[in-house]
Design a protein around this ligand. Structure first.
Ligand SMILES: CC(C)(COP(=O)(O)OP(=O)(O)OC[C@H]1O[C@@H](n2cnc3c(N)ncnc32)[C@H](O)[C@@H]1OP(=O)(O)O)[C@@H](O)C(=O)NCCC(=O)NCCS
Length: 238
C-alpha cells in the first residue's frame, strides 16, 4: 500500500493551509483535513516526487509533505503546456503506448506492441526530420500528456507538407482539458513553422473522434488499418 495512504491518520495542516485549500478549490468543508483524507483515499493515482506526495483524483491534486505529513495545499488540476524539448523524447515510448485506443472492456496490449514497425514509426528517431514538432503538458513537474507531429508514411499520411498528429494523456489525467490545451499549442507551433494543415488517423469508434471534430478536424477519408480496424483520416486547416 502507498505510504501516503498508510499514513492518512497522521495528516494535518496549518490554519493558513486550510484557508488556502478552501479558497483554491472553492469549497466550504467544516473539517478540511478530514475532507483531504477522504479525497486522498479515493485518489486515482498518488505520485511521490521530491519531498512531496501528490494525490490526484476528481480533477484535484493534493500536495502533502512526505516527511512531516503536512497537507501543504490542494489545487484544481491545471497542467502547463510547453514545447517539447530533447530531454522529453525519452517519454515518447510511454505516450505512444497510451495513444493506442483500447475499447472499454478490452485487455490492455503488452507494452512491446509499440515495437511493431507500423506503430514505432511515430517516434523512431524523433527530432531528426522536418515536421517533427511536439508539445508536452506538465503537472507538478511531471509530464502527463504529449502531442506531436511527423511527416511519415503512417496511417494518417496525406502528403509531404502535412504533418500527422499523435496525442495521448496519461489515463488518470484525461477529461480535464489538458488534451485541448496541448492541441491548441501544437496548432500554433505548426503555424509558426509554416504548415497550413495537419492530419491524423483515428479509429471510428474512439471517443477522440468527437474531440478532434470539436478542435476543427474534418473527416477526409475512411480506411482500414493493417489489422482491419476501421479508421478515419481527418484533416484540420491551420
Ligand atoms: C483523446 C485525448 C487525447 C483527449 O485529451 P483529454 O485531456 O482527455 O481531453 P479534454 O479534457 O481536453 O477534452 C475531452 C475530450 O477527450 C475525450 N476523452 C475524455 N476522457 C477520455 C478518456 N478517458 N478516454 C478517451 N477519450 C477521452 C472525449 O472525447 C472528450 O471530448 P468530448 O467532451 O467532446 O466528448 C485523451 O483522452 C487520451 O489520451 N485518450 C486516449 C488516447 C487516444 O485515444 N489518443 C488518440 C489516438 S488517435
Amino acid at each position: 500500500m502507498n505510504d501516503l495512504i498508510q499514513n492518512t491518520e497522521k495528516l494535518h495542516t496549518t490554519e493558513l493551509g486550510a484557508i488556502r485549500i478552501q479558497k483554491n478549490l472553492g469549497i466550504d468543508a467544516d473539517d478540511i483535513v478530514e475532507w483531504c483524507k477522504e479525497t486522498i483515499k479515493q485518489a486515482n493515482i498518488i505520485i511521490g516526487q521530491g519531498k512531496n506526495w501528490y494525490a490526484y483524483g476528481n480533477g484535484i491534486v493534493i500536495t502533502v509533505n512526505a516527511h512531516s505529513n503536512t497537507i501543504i495545499t490542494a489545487n484544481k488540476i491545471n497542467a502547463k503546456v510547453r514545447t517539447m524539448e530533447k530531454s522529453d523524447y525519452a517519454c515518447l515510448n510511454e505516450f505512444l503506448y497510451q495513444a493506442i485506443f483500447i475499447p472499454d472492456g478490452e485487455k490492455l496490449p503488452p507494452r512491446t506492441i509499440i515495437n511493431d514497425p507500423e506503430i514505432f514509426i511515430y517516434i523512431k528517431d524523433f527530432g531528426n526530420k522536418s515536421g517533427d514538432l511536439g508539445v508536452v503538458a506538465e503537472q507538478n513537474g511531471q509530464v502527463v500528456g504529449a502531442a506531436w507531429t511527423r511527416i511519415i508514411s503512417a496511417y494518417g499520411h496525406l502528403d509531404n507538407s502535412t504533418p500527422e498528429l499523435a496525442i495521448s494523456i496519461l489515463p488518470e489525467f484525461r477529461g480535464y482539458g489538458i488534451g485541448t490545451k496541448l492541441m491548441n499549442k501544437l496548432f500554433e507551433l505548426l503555424k509558426e513553422n509554416g504548415y497550413r494543415q495537419t492530419s491524423l488517423s483515428v479509429q471510428k469508434d474512439n471517443p477522440a473522434v468527437r474531440f478532434y471534430q470539436r478542435l476543427g478536424y474534418e473527416i477526409a477519408q475512411e480506411k482500414h488499418d493493417h489489422v482491419g480496424h476501421e479508421d478515419y483520416l481527418m484533416i484540420k486547416a491551420l
